[in-house]
Design a protein around this ligand. Structure first.
Ligand code: TXA
Ligand code: MG
Length: 325
């Protein structure tokens, strides 16, 4: 029921700040994916994020701050192990779950006692944050459940007409959402695989536990089984076998490193050199390209389950059809 407004795409940080100060939502670049930002301390601004994205209000938002020291204003405590991670990896693709202070509205955390917070690694958004007297709540700037945006055109295509301004920061360097980490008791726990590898986290705090897909945690759709999904059905596994199961269909193929020698309608390669960082960077854009092509269904292969490959496989798993078709 949002009426259409004029959307401007540009690089004007003051203009973005002006809209945010007025309580509007603005598209912002980060190193992971583009975000849909609003004043995190103003529930009237934050509620618009949910309506624009068509996102259920039980799905909490990540709060973006300009520097590590700012966390103390919003978090009640900063456990040693999590602080060590922040010191090592911020600004960067790491989100920490910390006990929140009252100043953070319940709408932001979906009523949960912890807030999710990170310092993004992108000069434009750090500049923007330093000019604002409040932090920014920002989920990925896509309609709920769809593929996350990694280029400014993705945001414009999907949220154009719904927000006044999109800050153009170029293509996202990492291309996967941040890794979400918190404590369960004393155990460092990864709740969402993402742009910072588990290996990198373990190099600072030692072995961690991984807790994805908690059915008991409805507050985390990023952990839902089907999410980040294209409109077309995506089948994963042995590419040759999957293709032969769909004779006569126009197939869009997502391959990891090499051109797979099969007859398909269209093929997108994540990284010709098999570089995992590059594959992560291209993943969402490649899925979008195939989804917007004239292919009828999508077929993809798993990537090696190491480093960022684990997060890529996690996104592929959630993007794939589960019991559909
Ligand atoms: O890289 C990113 O994290 C991007 C950029 C824009 O910063 N943001 C992003 O936000 O991916 P979003 O809304 O798409 O994913 C946020 C997820 C939630 O779905 C939930 O899984 C988790 O973060 N989350 C947020 N707040 C939480 C909380 N208080 N407790 C537990 N999980 C939380
Ligand atoms: Mg998202």
């Amino acid at each position: 029921m949002n009426s259409l407004i004029k959307t401007i795409v540009g690089k004007d940080i003051l203009e973005a700040a002006k809209w945010l100060k007025q309580g509007a939502c603005v598209g912002i670049p980060t190193e992971t994916v583009y975000g849909l930002a609003a004043n995190a301390l103003d529930p009237k601004a934050v509620v618009q994020i949910f309506s624009i994205k068509n996102r259920p209000t039980f799905d909490p938002l990540i709060v973006h701050v300009d520097k590590l020291e700012s966390v103390e204003t919003f978090a009640d405590s900063f456990p040693f192990a999590l602080r060590a991670l922040a010191e090592r990896f911020w600004p960067g693709p790491l989100t920490l779950l910390l006990p929140k202070k009252e100043i953070i509205p319940d709408l932001v955390t979906a009523g949960l006692p912890r807030m999710a917070v990170r310092v993004p690694q992108h000069n434009m958004v750090l500049d923007l944050l330093s000019q604002l007297p409040f932090p920014l709540a920002a989920p990925s700037a896509n309609p709920f459940g769809y593929i996350s945006p990694t280029r400014v055109e993705h945001v414009e295509q999907q949220l154009g007409g719904l927000i006044p301004y999109i800050l153009d920061g170029g293509a996202c360097r990492v291309g996967l959402e941040s890794t979400i980490v918190g404590l369960e008791g004393n155990l460092v726990t990864v709740y969402r695989l993402g742009g910072l590898s588990v290996e990198a986290i373990e190099s600072v705090v030692g072995p961690v536990q991984i807790q994805l897909n908690q059915s008991s945690n409805p507050a985390a759709p990023g952990m839902l089984k089907t999410h980040y999904a294209p409109r077309k059905p995506l089948f994963l596994g042995n590419v040759q076998a999957l293709i032969s199961e769909h004779p006569g269909k126009r197939i869009g193929l997502l391959s990891f490193s090499g051109l797979i020698d099969v007859e398909v309608f269209q093929q997108e390669i994540l990284s010709k050199t098999g570089n995992m960082e590059e594959a992560a960077q291209h993943l969402f854009a490649a899925l979008r390209t195939l989804d917007n092509s004239a292919a009828e269904l999508l077929v993809g292969e798993w990537v090696p389950d190491l480093g960022l490959g684990r997060a890529i496989n996690d996104r592929l798993r959630r993007a794939a059809v589960v019991g559909k078709e």
